[in-house]
Design a binder for this molecule. Structure first.
Ligand code: AHR
Length: 499
């Protein structure tokens, strides 16, 4: 059997984990908002029309922050359409997704939903068709207490207290030619800086995310970040990153290696931030907000055949399989291994649209990808330890030498637990993982939870929602201060140790 060896030391730490690394995203897109979180008249909904079954699953997931309202949608959005009496709200075309937006849900309803879901709002601003003035007005409406036009308007709309939203995105994917109001790096950098300055002038307590690249291989990557940051380094706090992977070729060995692209992307963007830092002789470090990441490809073909200008159609409804759950597990490991730079990350998205949670008129269920996201978010708290990993590799035409095992070790100093997250990408063989526990020599095995399925393409559906679920594994032991665990072939694993 192949062997992976891990060495850890309590004093060699990467960083404390910012819990916002387990964030998610809800866009006005498909059935994410309408039918996903909001469906008045449904037997599953509460008095405000919010789906209680969705709320329960979102609370179980424990997402600390949810980005809203887009995505591509935000670049053509007028936030004023979604506030005030519902019967007066206009129906608009949403050019980003070729649908009709009814505006029944707007920022006030979303803030109410976020409270019920025990999460914070990460608000995205339209810098596609709109500019500095509308951004200022939106922040005034959301965060100022009283006595000004927009704060009083919010009060008139029934919201006496400010929403006090702390995290703001300066537009969405402004580097992408598909984006409504797409800009060059020069144009966007200047606009982002001017917007950032006035927003912080209105509320200095907020944090701002500036748009980085939409994916690592977009031709403007690198130059985009450097130019944009040249303009706004001093006025923003995070650079955004987005990535989605797919497996159209049915080539699992390449698909499962895609987190190597994510890993390199993070390193590259951090280096570019530090290049601008050095150039500006600055003491400030810009952190990363990986605010869209996931697998996305299953639904592409059917979405191309969609009729235009309908309301809340089935769009981007990827049905995730077991190998998607493995890659999501690996991407989470990659994000954690970069916890010193990645402070915010959003699994895109949360409900019905490329989502871990699905709903229908008859219920809600968990997709395969729900489980690694849920368990990593629940137990991956505290400090990421530096892991020296010695693992066998496989040769891949796209990525070269790919480690068979992705692994990260988290020390939860509050709960006094050591948690190992590991994915075995070897599709043929189990791999033994050996870890010298050093200062944790008195820790015992609490549990080894694993996800494995004989069929990489097995899925969970409403009719059969428990095809792919985690189970308890008895293949780990701790003896003489050493952990030995068998990582089943093609498996996601979480091994918890404690006193
Ligand atoms: O999450 C789906 C879409 O992907 C978002 O609207 C956009 O920002 C990205 O291209």
């Amino acid at each position: 059997m192949k062997q992976a060896k891990i060495i850890i030391d309590r004093d060699f730490q990467v960083s404390r984990i910012d819990k916002r690394i387990y964030g998610s995203f809800i866009e006005h897109l498909g059935r994410a908002v309408y039918q996903g979180i909001y469906q008045p008249g449904s037997p599953f909904s509460d008095e405000q029309g919010f789906r209680k079954d969705t709320l329960e699953l979102v609370k179980e997931l424990g997402v600390p922050v949810v980005r809203y309202p887009g995505g591509n949608f935000v670049s053509g959005y007028k936030w004023e359409d979604g506030v005030g009496p519902k019967e007066e709200r206009p129906k608009r075309i949403d050019l980003a997704w070729s649908v009709v937006e009814t505006n029944e849900v707007g920022l006030n309803e979303f803030a109410d939903w976020a409270k019920k879901a025990d999460t914070e709002v990460m608000m995205a601003i339209n810098l596609g068709t709109r500019g500095v003035a509308e951004a200022m007005e939106l922040l005034e409406y959301c965060n100022l207490d009283q006595g000004t036009h927009y704060s009083e308007l919010r009060k008139k709309h029934g919201y006496a207290k400010p929403h006090d939203i702390k995290l703001w995105c300066l537009g969405n994917e402004m580097d992408g030619p598909w984006q409504i109001g797409h800009k060059t790096a020069e144009e966007y950098g200047r606009l982002a800086n001017e917007t950032a300055k006035v927003l912080k002038g209105i509320d200095p307590s907020i944090e701002l995310v500036v748009c980085g690249s939409s994916y690592s291989t977009i031709p403007t990557f690198g130059a985009w970040e450097a130019t944009v940051l040249d303009h706004c380094y001093d006025s923003v706090d995070y650079v955004s990153m987005h990535t989605y992977y797919g497996d159209r070729e049915r080539d699992p060995e390449t698909f499962l290696a895609n987190n190597l692209d994510m890993d390199r992307f993070i390193t590259d963007v951090a280096n570019i931030c530090d290049f601008v830092k050095a150039k500006k002789h600055s003491n400030k470090t810009i952190h990363l907000s990986f605010d869209e990441w996931n697998v996305w490809y299953h639904s592409n073909e059917q979405d191309q055949a969609l009729e235009r200008w309908t309301q809340a159609p089935h769009q981007l409804e990827d049905v995730y399989d077991f190998q998607d759950a493995l890659l999501v597990g690996s991407m989470l490991i990659t994000l954690l291994r970069h916890a010193d730079r990645v402070k915010i990350a959003c699994l895109a998205q949360l409900v019905n649209v490329i989502a871990p949670i699905m709903t229908s008129d008859t219920g809600a269920w968990r997709q395969t990808t729900y489980y690694p996201f849920w368990l990593t978010g629940k137990y991956g708290r505290g400090l990421v330890l530096q892991t020296q990993v010695d693992v066998p590799t496989y040769e891949n035409k796209k990525y070269g030498q790919v480690p068979f095992v992705d692994c990260v070790v988290v020390y939860n100093d509050e709960a006094q637990e050591l948690v190992v997250f590991a994915v075995n990408k070897n599709l043929q063989e189990d791999i033994t993982l050996d870890m010298d526990l050093r200062q944790f020599g008195d820790y015992k095995l609490l549990e080894h939870v694993a996800m494995h399925h004989a069929d990489l393409y097995a899925v969970n559906t409403e009719a059969d929602p428990a095809q792919v679920v985690p189970t308890v594994s008895d293949k780990s032991s701790v003896e003489n201060g050493k952990l030995t665990a068998a990582l089943g072939k093609a498996s996601w694993n979480m091994i918890r140790l404690g006193k």
